[in-house]
Design a protein around this ligand. Structure first.
Ligand code: HEC
Ligand code: HEC
Ligand code: HEC
Ligand code: HEC
Length: 129
């Protein structure tokens, strides 16, 4: 996996040099199993996430963002390093209540959008198989 990622990054770097246009070099895995490792529930509930399928409909910055030195959110810029959600959204970090843990942040992003689309998409077992 690591090798594949490295190859991808090298290929992408080539492309950037070759064309003079800059692309996000790493789109991440097509399918991801999301699971808390910091504020874990007693009964773990991994979530399945078709990343590539969402990328086909949404912009990277609809989900990814960064943090400045004052702890304020900064908008995604193409090619930025993408950190794990829970590296910022964990209870020890003192984030606002709605996004205080990985679970809260994920539900605020994923579940809220699903709910707006269709109540059926917000059912627990859509993500927690
Ligand atoms: C749209 C997707 C989605 C839906 C719908 C959803 N969740 Fe989640 N949930 C997540 C994600 C993503 C996480 C964070 C990663 C993980 O599973 O640990 C999470 C985390 C959790 C956690 C913490 C899990 C852990 O192992 O620490 C619990 C508990 C949870 N959800 C319960 C629910 C319940 C109950 C429902 C239905 C009322 C629900 N979720 C609906 C995506 C979803
Ligand atoms: C619907 C939300 C969503 C969209 C849109 C999205 N991503 Fe992601 N992406 C995620 C989530 C959630 C993860 C898993 C983060 C984690 O493990 O904490 C992730 C993980 C990644 C990772 C792996 C990070 C790591 O080291 O684990 C990369 C790279 C990435 N995304 C790049 C992109 C790029 C580039 C785009 C746009 C083309 C994009 N993503 C669009 C939600 C999204
Ligand atoms: C580098 C740190 C960092 C990472 C990584 C990060 N966030 Fe955030 N996030 C923040 C900050 C800072 C805020 C703003 C909190 C506030 O309102 O004070 C925020 C806000 C949010 C919000 C509230 C809505 C908004 O746009 O303000 C949601 C939802 C959210 N993050 C979900 C996620 C998810 C899901 C991931 C992983 C794909 C993620 N975040 C990764 C730092 C981060
Ligand atoms: C901005 C809106 C939006 C966000 C954010 C979003 N989703 Fe989705 N997601 C959708 C829509 C719309 C579909 C249905 C696509 C279709 O019709 O097949 C979907 C489909 C899915 C499916 C497949 C459902 C099925 O069985 O067909 C899963 C699983 C899923 N999302 C998980 C997640 C997780 C986990 C996150 C957060 C990391 C997330 N989604 C964030 C809009 C969103």
């Amino acid at each position: 996996m690591k090798k594949l990622l490295v190859c991808g990054a090298i290929l992408a770097a080539f492309f950037v040099v070759g064309s003079g246009v800059s692309f996000a070099s790493d789109k991440g895995p097509a399918e991801i199993t999301l699971e808390s490792t910091i504020d874990t529930a007693k009964k773990p509930k991994p979530a399945t996430f078709p990343h590539a399928e969402h990328q086909s409909r949404l912009a990277c910055g609809d989900c990814h963002h960064g943090k400045d030195a004052d702890g304020k959110k900064i908008d995604y810029v193409e090619g930025q390093e993408i950190g794990k959600c829970e590296s910022c959204h964990n209870k020890a970090a003192g984030m606002p209540k709605k996004v205080a843990s990985y679970k809260d942040a994920a539900h605020a992003l994923c579940k809220d959008c699903h709910k707006q689309q269709d109540a059926k998409l917000a059912k627990c077992n859509v993500c927690h198989k």
